[in-house]
Design a protein around this ligand. Structure first.
Ligand code: PEP
Length: 253
């Protein structure tokens, strides 16, 4: 398949894994995707495993992402982890605005924007998550909700910095539910996201990678990435099995 954008796959391990388990999984993922050179691949372990996993994966084809960061670089912010600390730990990416952070921890669009700007300042590539709830979809508010989240998250970010931003469309009703968006539903929203990014930076929009996330599995990824605006996936549950994750990457390229 000829593509204008290099596919990207990131495994979000959420709150799973001891350091030893994360190292074992990272090694399996590295071995599983070693021959798939036509995609960028990353894994996102828990904070405590980041440094060890980054060391294990150093100089290999799999990069490391964090699952969140704080917007200040240092200070009296008990419990937070800053973007420069993530860079020091070996991260290249950071997932921001995941729906679990928004729903369970009250994270607001303004915080996602501050975090994205901090990540870019530190040299990280933010993976900015947006997506509607089932109630919003049923009320016909999908595109409006996604637009509001996207524009708030990207506010004030220069075109140069936007080059490093990755957007993940993750319908909340599809995360961890086994119910994924149809390829047509994903394409509609991804095309819309690209059009909105074009209003911010026309040159950047055609190059921006827009990932789909929500119950991605080896048997549904092919049809999703077959859509012209779907450039890869943010994978939760299926990324905890190295073989499934490797097959997802393989079935996409
Ligand atoms: C996610 O948490 O980003 C996700 C997409 O999860 P799952 O693949 O399990 O639906």
């Amino acid at each position: 398949m000829t593509r204008s954008r290099r596919p990207f796959f990131c495994g979000n391990w959420k709150l799973h894994g001891t350091i030893a388990e994360s190292l074992a999984l990272a090694t399996e993922v590295r071995n599983g995707v070693a021959t798939h050179r036509d995609a960028d691949v990353a894994v996102a372990p828990t904070f405590t495993a980041l440094h060890a996993v980054a060391k294990r994966l150093e100089d290999g084809p799999v990069a490391v992402s964090a699952q969140d960061c704080f917007w200040e670089d240092k200070g009296a912010f008990t419990g937070e982890v800053s973007a420069p600390q993530l860079v020091e730990a070996g991260c290249k990416y950071v997932i921001l605005g995941h729906s679990e952070r928004r729903q369970l921890f009250g994270e607001l669009d303004a915080a996602v924007n501050l975090k994205a700007r901090a990540a870019l300042r530190a040299g990280l590539a933010p993976i900015v998550c947006v997506g509607e709830t089932l109630a919003e979809r049923d009320a016909g508010e999908t595109l409006g909700r996604v637009q509001a989240q996207l524009e708030a998250a990207l506010a004030g970010i220069s075109a140069t910095d936007l080059e490093r931003v990755i957007v993940a469309y993750e319908p909340v009703w599809a995360i961890g539910t086994g119910r994924n968006a149809t390829p047509a539903q994903a394409q509609e929203v991804h095309r819309f996201i690209r059009a909105r990014v074009a209003t911010l930076a026309a040159d950047v929009a055609p190059r921006m990678r827009i990932l789909y996330g929500g119950s991605v599995k080896p048997d549904n990824i092919g049809a999703l990435v077959g859509q012209p605006n779907v450039d890869g996936a943010l994978v939760g549950g299926a990324s905890l099995e190295a073989r499934s994750f490797a097959v997802i990457v393989k079935n996409s390229i």
